[in-house]
Design a binder for this molecule. Structure first.
Ligand SMILES: O=C(O)CCC(=O)C(=O)O
Length: 269
């Protein structure tokens, strides 16, 4: 099953891309992995995503966030082949290079399947939900199919990760409006990496403001994300918005502890 390249260290990340990531808080690594390798795991990821989805309501009955995508978390715990791709050293190595750290662990993974006619992903920051030290996380966003810019590609506010917590609150119409207003008022630079081929991946920092457009097509936009945390990162006192993640993704570790539970194994080196 393993196509060989997923555990070979990445040569795709250049020093220019590392500098771009550190400056902008996001980057697209083209050709991070062979398309063939991604496509060989796709049916297993799709199957887990379908069988574990908890959203049962028709799309028209959901609120904005519910319309943005169907999600399933920690597919690595649900299927052996999904674990192989989520734990791929190639991805974890790229994450550590971009973060500029020696080692990374997994915080958690998730599938984000934007359905046909699925809505936009409102502006938000991920770290609003994560009780972790600042600047310690990076998310890999890996489409499992070729995507065009107008089918749910990601948009980022360049440099927003330097500002820390924005205070937009939970992902919703309200976070979207607050961030959009701030972007408009400040002429903030919004960037998309546009169309992506299978094997390309974007990476963004925990505090980077980001969103995605709706999916106007008749095809699902399947994406796998893996969230990495730098080795040695400490857990902070959770805010009420971080309590859910605190209980779910840190294996019982407490504020002040290092992220090192058995559900956060080191993926690189
Ligand atoms: O895939 C999307 O539409 C949004 C993804 C996202 O917000 C994330 O990966 O942090």
């Amino acid at each position: 099953m393993v196509k060989g390249s997923i555990n070979e260290l990445s040569t795709a990340v250049t020093s220019k891309e590392i500098a771009a990531y550190q400056k902008d808080g996001h980057v697209c690594i083209r050709g991070l992995i062979d398309a063939e390798a991604v496509l060989s795991y796709k049916p297993f990821i799709e199957e887990v995503s379908e069988s574990w989805k908890y959203e049962k309501r028709p799309i028209e009955e959901r609120e904005t966030y519910g319309k943005a995508f169907l999600q399933v978390h920690n597919i690595w715990q649900k299927n052996r082949l999904c674990k192989e791709i989520v734990f791929a050293k190639r991805f974890a190595h790229a994450a550590s290079q971009l973060l500029g750290v020696e080692s990374v662990r997994i915080y958690h993974d998730q599938t984000l399947f934007k359905e046909p006619e699925g809505g936009h992903t409102p502006w938000h920051q991920d770290q609003t939900y994560w009780p972790l030290e600042a600047n310690s996380t990076i998310t890999m966003w890996l489409p499992l199919t070729e995507i065009s810019e107008d089918v749910g590609s990601m948009y980022f506010v360049s440099g927003s990760h330097h500002k820390g917590e924005f205070g937009a609150g939970m992902i919703s119409d309200s976070s979207h409006e607050k961030v959009q207003q701030w972007i408009d008022e400040n002429n903030s630079p919004v960037h998309t990496h546009g169309a992506m081929a299978v094997g390309d991946a974007t990476f963004h920092s925990g505090f980077t403001l980001h969103s995605a457009k709706a999916n106007p097509s008749k095809q699902t936009r399947p994406v796998l994300t893996v969230i990495y945390v730098a080795g040695g990162t400490r857990i902070i006192d959770p805010t009420p918005m971080q309590d859910f993640d605190f209980k779910l993704w840190l294996g019982g570790r407490q504020a002040g502890d290092i992220v090192d539970s058995e559900i956060n194994p080191q993926l690189y080196p």
